[in-house]
Design a protein around this ligand. Structure first.
Ligand code: SF4
Ligand code: ZN
Length: 315
């Protein structure tokens, strides 16, 4: 018979393949939250007086994150939490998740703001798709969506006076991003989701050491209502095929994602010490070229709309 490795309850909900540990509902929640708290302190993700802007899409990861940060933030009276949702303009998809985000933040009493691509960049992803389909542009919807969302979050965080942005990127997402960079011939420039001293408002990822599968389970058993419908443009995403490959690999060889993050990041930290950092002259993010790839793409999309590129000075 299967019993919880911590409290001997007979109601096991999860088996951690990497350690063989079996956990009941409450021991799983406790260990999940403890790991996130440990990640936060290991990488010094927050300061006691931070105004944290948490990016909330309405999916399981981001709603779990806002719930957890809401719990943690109560221990730090000088800190404050504000949720930001970016509306990319994808009819039938974003409307549902937007409602979930609004309702959930209301329930927790977390201040919540919505910023739309249309209002910030004069174009929605749905409108970009028409241009993409007609003109066969180089960049697919997910590339444009990712770059604009990132910039929109920076603008939004600045508007709400945030000192740090928290995103719900999981261990899986982080490895995927490192791999995507490598496959594009663009070596990662530093650690993702940790606080850096230079550059724009720092971005941190409290789930950076938590596997996606555990975040899904946490959302389910904590009763967090989240969007399950995928984005209609998900099939355009390069990330999707990398995600499928990594998920299958991890299932066959548990622990591979942890092994990948620790060896890769050890290398990146060594490299960071040895090389002088260069920054994009538009957005001030670390970049190997004068203008980073995101700003180049942004310049292209803004040209379509005949408006001048955004920079930290003319936001
Ligand atoms: Fe944007 Fe692509 Fe994600 Fe859809 S799947 S929300 S287009 S990045
Ligand atoms: Zn840039």
């Amino acid at each position: 018979m299967s019993i919880c490795s911590r409290c001997s309850s007979e109601k096991v909900v999860y088996k951690r393949e990497i350690s063989g540990e079996k956990l009941c509902r409450s021991c799983f929640i406790e260990s999940f939250e403890k790991r996130v708290r440990k990640t936060i302190s290991k990488y010094n993700l927050f300061r006691e007086d931070d105004r944290i802007a948490v990016a909330v899409s309405g999916g399981k990861d981001s709603l779990s994150l806002v719930k957890l940060l809401w719990k943690i933030e109560r221990d730090f009276p000088e800190a404050s939490l504000v949720a930001i949702t970016i509306d990319e303009g994808i009819p039938g998809y974003r409307d549902e998740s937007l409602k979930l985000a609004v309702d959930f933040c209301n329930r927790l009493g977390v201040e919540h703001h919505v910023y739309a691509f249309k209002e910030l960049f004069k174009i929605t992803i749905h409108e970009y798709m028409n241009i993409y389909n007609q003109a066969k542009k180089d960049f697919g919807p997910c590339t444009i969506c990712g770059v604009l969302r990132r910039r929109a979050l920076d603008i939004a965080a600045e508007k709400v006076g945030a000192t740090v942005i928290a995103t719900a990127h999981t261990l899986d997402d982080i490895i995927q991003t490192y791999l995507m960079n490598i496959l594009r011939g663009d070596l990662p420039k530093g650690l993702i989701g940790v606080r850096s001293k230079e550059g724009p408002i720092p971005r941190v990822a409290p789930f950076r050491l938590t596997p996606e599968s555990e975040v899904v389970l946490y959302a389910y058993i904590s009763g967090i209502p989240f969007q399950e419908t995928p984005c209609p443009y998900a099939s355009y995403s390069q990330r999707d095929s990398i995600r499928r490959f990594l998920t299958e690999f991890e299932e066959r060889h548990p622990g591979s994602l942890y092994a990948a993050i620790s060896s890769l990041e050890e290398l990146l930290m060594r490299q960071e010490k040895e090389t002088a950092k260069k920054f994009c002259r538009v957005c001030l993010s670390p970049s190997t070229s004068d203008v980073c790839r995101a700003c180049q793409i942004l310049g292209e999309i803004l040209r379509i709309n005949f408006i001048s590129p955004l920079s930290p000075t003319n936001k």
